[in-house]
Design a protein around this ligand. Structure first.
Ligand SMILES: Cc1cc2nc3c(=O)[nH]c(=O)nc-3n(C[C@H](O)[C@H](O)[C@H](O)COP(=O)(O)OP(=O)(O)OC[C@H]3O[C@@H](n4cnc5c(N)ncnc54)[C@H](O)[C@@H]3O)c2cc1C
Length: 379
């Protein structure tokens, strides 16, 4: 802890990566503030469920002393997968198997609550949308959209896919994966779309066909969240996207552009909350590398954004937090720069392989033979 005694640490972004790091550093007595863009804690509904992996997400929670809280909030059975074709015919059903839960699922909302509640009060400065970062002697000056300024000795970018800090570290930008998704949510799914809700059965459905995908997850609040994925040009969301505030427009678009898919799925679009969200899926180049900056680094999506089809993004963000907190506090480095350099080397080495798996998986699931590919992974 000698390295960061008396140093102020600013973590920009209060997602799972930033909050986990804040918790781990606070446990060692570090002076940490999290600057979060959201205006206040409950300003937005948190997205779908996340499966946490033993060697990464769960290892970070264990080190953070939060496994009991996790066990009280995870959702047994939410990890059960059904694989279906575009006609909703079930090809594989984990509900019919004897399965040991090695990757327990938790909704994003409860995970965020666990992490926020673990921090000392006033650790998170809400309504702090970082717009600029500039050197201030050996430290950094952070400038926020609301006009506030802060000086910090060490800055950690945990501000996600569109990080404002990343350009101060590297000019490498994300590349388009070739796949775009549209995300939607249907609340009170048992009453609104009972047939689809029964198919999901409290777990997840991976439906595939015609080089297109539909992934549906159940949430603890009774809603279903989903994303449809399809091969598209990088500018599809700007030029060809249906009106995302109009359920009928999205439903009609689905019928036209997913022509081999059954009408069974249409209630997902007709009953979704609007607006839907469109995302061209991006990923950082898997061979990326950069020179370590002074008193500045990044973690999670800011560092190694990847498409979501391998289910690793949150896990990698939390493992980054664990390894970075260790490097800064284990007294094995003679300078902050050496600690950050070691962390970044290990982080890039670890995420290179995972990011490649995510890219390969994205391509395979949006190619002919996607179901066979998925069955191969399962077997
Ligand atoms: C559709 C979809 C499904 C996914 N499914 C999974 C899955 O099943 N499993 C999995 O492991 N991963 C999944 N992921 C990936 C996962 O969501 C991310 O990898 C993970 O959230 C990254 O965590 P993070 O803390 O790095 O960033 P984020 O979760 O993006 O958090 C960044 C935080 O920074 C804040 N912020 C952003 N900009 C600023 C700024 N300028 N100033 C201040 N604050 C800022 C944001 O408000 C946010 O709170 C999925 C992603 C998508 C899009």
């Amino acid at each position: 802890m000698k390295l960061i005694t008396d140093k102020t640490i600013a973590i920009v972004g209060g997602g799972p990566g930033g909050l986990t790091l804040a918790r781990l550093l606070q446990m060692k007595g570090a002076k940490v503030k999290v600057f979060e863009r959201d205006e206040y804690r409950h300003v937005r509904v948190q997205g779908a469920t996340l499966d946490l992996h033993e060697e990464s997400g769960l290892a970070a929670l264990e080190a953070a002393g939060l496994m009991n809280a996790f066990k009280e909030n995870y959702r047994p059975g939410a990890d059960y997968i059904r694989i279906a074709d575009q006609n909703a015919t079930i090809i594989y059903d984990e509900h019919q198997t004897i399965k040991e839960t090695d990757r327990p699922e938790i909704d994003r909302g409860p995970l965020r609550t666990i992490l926020l509640d673990s921090l000392s009060s006033d650790s998170v400065v809400w309504d702090s949308y970082l717009i600029n970062l500039q050197p201030h002697g050996e430290s950094w000056e952070l400038q926020f959209k609301n006009g506030n300024k802060e000086i910090a000795d060490i800055v950690i970018a945990a501000d996600g896919a569109n990080s404002k800090i990343r350009p101060a570290i590297t000019s490498i930008t994300p590349v388009y994966s070739g796949v775009t998704i549209i995300e939607g949510s249907v609340y009170n799914a048992a009453d609104t779309i009972p047939e689809i809700n029964d198919l999901v059965k409290g777990g997840k459905v991976f439906a595939m066909g015609n080089e297109q995908t539909l992934i549906i997850s159940s949430k603890g609040d009774g809603s279903l969240t989903y994303y449809i994925g399809f091969n598209a040009r990088a500018d599809w969301h700007l030029k060809s996207c249906p009106d995302l505030s109009d359920n009928q427009a999205v439903s009609t678009w689905f019928k036209t552009h997913f022509p081999t898919w059954s009408e069974f799925w249409l209630p997902l679009f007709e009953h979704a909350a609007t607006p839907f969200v469109v995302r061209p899926l991006m990923g950082m180049p898997t061979d990326q590398t950069w020179e370590t900056a002074n008193n500045l680094t990044m973690l999670g999506d800011a560092a190694h954004l990847m498409p979501p089809y391998a289910g690793e993004g949150v896990n990698m963000a939390m493992q980054d937090a664990l390894e970075l907190s260790n490097c800064l506090t284990n007294d094995q480095f003679t300078s902050v720069h050496a600690a950050l350099k070691y962390y970044e080397e290990k982080m890039l080495e670890r995420t290179r392989e995972i990011a490649q798996i995510s890219v390969d998986q994205t391509i395979a699931l949006h190619s002919k033979g996607a179901i066979e590919h998925m069955m191969g992974i399962i077997s």
